[in-house]
Write a protein that binds this ligand. Structure first.
Ligand SMILES: [Fe+2]
Ligand SMILES: [Fe+2]
Length: 475
């Protein structure tokens, strides 16, 4: 068939060279993956040499090798964190038993579903971001976009490895289906709604990598606790890559803000119209984008009361964030947790069994974590002497999943009637006009060291290279 040497070209620590079944499955899947990348990967980028890091092993030196490579030649690898000797299950009904090195028959369907749902988000985000390269604000940013894209590709590999290795024929079929669904497509969309939303501009991209890749972090952290040891070890390694994605988002938004406050001070104005005329993104628009991405992302944690969440925990498939650091019985039976509901026009809290509220527990942990970065953005505004502050909206704002779905709630948490919502929505969520304005700023700036007008340069380059390094050779 092809001359591709799978064990050679796929960096791995799963002994691929000696695993004939796995090799055969990958021989089928890998060409389809490449044609998916051709169709749905970054637009027009096939021939670029991009300064990318590639994981070639799991030790600190090996997971970040930098070199210029063409993305279709990227060495998507398969890595698991090293095994922990005699690892025990540390939560749920099997607590104290040996961690599973194989999939227990009775949990097979649920584990497959968890892996497929995670796996589906990885190619989805590549699809969502595929046109952004055409409007990159700098060569540095373009390189970061491509880095995120190839690593999401590798995350897909990580999940497909588990499907191929542990789920036989069903796993191979799921591996194919992961390449067939398409973000935003009517008849065969991606599984989770946030991954069907377009990422039309770079402000959206930075917000997405800040908020939605952080959802990835929390899901991966919960799976890193799993009793199914290969899943725990795979997701632990994926987390090392996720940190960079969130950095791209946090620093990207921070640089947008920095440029805006600089122009605000130069012009001595906070008038959005004047700032827009000066070619920067006014802070209320940044706030509206934040509101949108935050609310769409917290929906990803699922319904606030969920019997599936209880089952996944009790059977040991998916833990809580930092399960190992928590000081409780790790069974949670008879315990309760507060979830929010609307009752007679007001938001009220009610106690529900903790096990059924584990989606909400993870969502609340996520919310705490995401607020910290918003405070760092506020520091940039504060340092410029400007009284404006960004804020994450109320948890009940603009929700589409769970008990709060469909309620009309202001970003401050006030329950509204239809008329009040309609009167306020354009101050709270990006309007068509906001999106058109942000789109109007997007133009391609790719000379080394040059940056689009609406964004400040980063403080330093990638891998200690200068900011004006030639991160991409267009050929
Ligand atoms: Fe990912
Ligand atoms: Fe990511």
């Amino acid at each position: 068939m092809s001359s591709f040497d799978y064990s050679e070209k796929i960096p791995n620590n799963v002994n691929l060279a000696d695993d004939r079944t796995l090799k055969r499955a990958l021989e089928q899947w890998q060409p389809n993956f490449l044609s998916w990348w051709d169709d749905m990967g970054p637009d027009g980028s096939q021939n670029f040499d991009v300064y990318l890091r590639t994981a070639v092993s799991v030790d600190p030196q090996g997971w970040a090798q930098f070199a210029h490579v063409k993305m279709p030649d990227y060495r998507w690898g398969i890595f698991l964190n090293p095994a922990e000797q005699n690892r025990k299950i540390h939560f749920g009904d099997h607590q104290g038993e040996d961690a599973w090195q194989d999939v227990p028959g009775e949990y097979r369907a649920n584990l497959r579903r968890i892996i497929v749902t995670q796996g589906d988000t990885e190619p989805a985000s590549v699809e969502q971001q595929r046109h952004l390269g055409l409007t990159a604000p700098s060569m540095y940013d373009l390189r970061n976009l491509f880095q995120v894209n190839v690593e999401e590709g590798r995350h897909l590999w990580a999940m497909v490895y588990l499907l191929h290795k542990y789920f036989g024929r069903d796993g191979r079929e799921e591996g194919e289906a992961l390449l067939e669904r398409r973000s935003g497509q009517q008849d065969n969309p991606r599984i989770l709604q946030a991954f069907n939303e377009p990422t039309p501009d770079w402000l959206s991209f930075f917000m997405f990598t800040y908020f939605t890749d952080r959802d990835g972090k929390f899901q991966l952290c919960a799976l890193a606790e799993s009793s199914f040891d290969p899943l725990a070890r795979t997701t632990k390694f994926m987390l090392t890559e996720e940190a960079h994605h969130m950095f791209v988002g946090e620093s990207g938004v921070s640089r947008v803000i920095q440029r805006t406050v600089q122009v605000m001070n130069e012009l001595k104005t906070d008038d959005p119209a004047r700032l827009r005329a000066a070619g920067v993104i006014d802070l209320p628009t940044v706030q509206r984008y934040l509101n949108f991405h935050f609310s769409v992302t917290i929906d990803l944690f699922g319904a606030d009361e969920s019997s599936n969440a209880a089952t996944f925990y009790s059977t040991g498939l998916k833990g809580r964030f930092e399960e190992g650091k928590r000081q409780d019985d790790h069974l949670l039976k008879g315990q309760t947790y507060r979830v929010m509901q609307a009752h007679g026009g007001a938001l009220v809290e009610k106690d529900v069994p903790m096990l059924n509220a584990l989606n909400e527990v993870l969502r609340d942990d996520y919310i705490k974590d995401s607020v910290a970065g918003v405070e760092r953005w506020n520091k940039v505004i504060e340092k410029a002497g400007i009284p404006f502050r960004l804020k994450t909206p109320h948890k009940a704002f603009h929700r589409n999943i769970g008990g709060l779905a469909g309620l009309k709630v202001s970003p401050e948490g006030r329950v509204l009637n239809e008329a009040e919502w309609a009167a306020g929505v354009n101050q709270w969520l990006p309007s068509a006009e906001d999106r058109a304005f942000v789109a109007s700023l997007m133009g391609r700036v790719v000379e080394p060291g040059k940056f689009a007008h609406w964004i400040a340069p980063p403080v330093m380059g990638i891998n200690r290279q200068p900011v004006d390094f030639e991160y991409i050779r267009f050929n």
